[in-house]
Design a protein around this ligand. Sequence first.
Ligand SMILES: [Zn+2]
Length: 126
Amino acid sequence: MGKNKYYCKIDGVVHNLSDVQEVLDGKSERNIVLIMYEEHGMDIVSANTFESVLRFNNNEIPSDYNEALRRWQEYNQARMPKSPPKPRCPRCGSTDTIKWYDTIDADNGVYVKRWSCKKCGKSWMN
Ligand SMILES: [Zn+2]
């Protein structure tokens, strides 16, 4: 951390974010999102993202914002819940399957969930 720690390169342009640094240092009560929006020409959505990246970066202004943004996005990506794996066809092992509902008792609205394999046509319950 040098004395110019509030210089931040955003999209190739170096911004002097001493106003943001004052907020981080507790010397200012201003809203970081509004500072980025009003003083540094960010749109409001990008300004909100900027603040999130800043928090992710241990409340330090990154010297290269785009690099910090990429790390933040990668972190969020890794935390995204994985979608459950699609069931495999018990006959051919394909995951190209579709879910559908088979009517057991239409009068009483009883259905069972079934899977069908688009590859070999097998259908099964699970
Ligand atoms: Zn199959």
